[in-house]
Ligand binder design. Structure first.
Ligand SMILES: C[S@@+](CC[C@H](N)C(=O)[O-])C[C@H]1O[C@@H](n2cnc3c(N)ncnc32)[C@H](O)[C@@H]1O
Length: 230
């Protein structure tokens, strides 16, 4: 365990000045980036495996090595918990863990770009019971603001996929930016600190940041009432 992780630094001292304009523009205009063929194949395979499965679906977006996917699968024992990440290397670690005899059978891992995944899932009418975004890359340089999920054009698709949202980060400004984006999208939200956690770390990055004494933030939005499955 590394306990020397550096806190996020940025020339931003608050939410990006263009954040509201970007979110509003993305909420108004459909995102038209074509989906990559590998992502489409991965999504179609998952959709075929889930066809007829009536369990609720939970997404662990950017699951890395899948440690959180396993923990979430235990927490949501009645659901299929799908960990999605684009890193084959990290997922390979997770797949080895899922092969263990005591691994929960309701934890699944998928290699896919999340931009494509949310686009395809929204188009297919998927509705998650819950979506977790644990320590996404914060992209702290102001010029990279649109790489952050709240300012990314995929945000409407992410929100259309529904469910409760839980974002965890070690950058307070990123938590603020999520709050701004959720507010502009008409969602209510709450932010709290995870500085005196009652539970074990949910993911490797959470463990690393805790060991490095970073303040941690959680933004949660309750699910909207609509619910259906693809
Ligand atoms: C900082 S790590 C956090 C990993 C894990 N959630 C944790 O808390 O330990 C961010 C993860 O997001 C993944 N990621 C970043 N952008 C992605 C994208 N566009 N599609 C899929 N995965 C992505 C990376 O591969 C990486 O595993």
């Amino acid at each position: 365990m590394f306990a020397n992780s550096r806190p996020v630094t940025s020339s931003q001292s608050g939410p990006h000045p263009r954040l509201a304009e970007l979110v509003q523009r993305h909420l108004r205009h459909a995102f038209r980036r074509p989906v990559g063929e590998p992502s489409r194949r991965a999504f179609d395979t998952l959709a075929a495996m889930l066809a007829g499965d009536t369990r609720p679906r939970v997404l662990d977006a950017g699951c890395g090595t899948g440690v959180s996917t396993v923990q979430l699968a235990r927490r949501h024992a009645d659901a299929v918990v799908i960990g999605v990440d684009k890193s084959a290397q990290r997922l390979a670690v997770g797949l080895r863990a899922l092969a263990a005899a005591d691994a929960p059978a309701n934890a699944w891992l998928l290699r896919c770009d999340l931009v494509d995944f949310w686009t395809l899932a929204a188009a297919a009418g998927w509705r998650f019971a819950a979506q977790y975004l644990l320590y996404p890359n914060p992209w702290p340089k102001p010029e990279h603001v649109q790489r952050r999920w709240p300012a990314h054009p995929v945000l409407p698709a992410l929100l259309a996929c529904g469910g409760s949202l839980e974002l965890r980060t070690n950058w307070a400004i990123y938590a603020e930016e999520w709050s701004v984006a959720l507010g502009l999208a008409g969602r209510s939200w709450q932010v709290d600190g995870l500085d005196e956690p009652a539970e074990a770390a949910l993911s490797p990055f959470e463990a690393k940041y805790r060991a490095s004494a970073h303040p941690l933030w959680r933004v949660r939005a309750a699910a909207e009432t609509q619910s259906c499955r693809g």
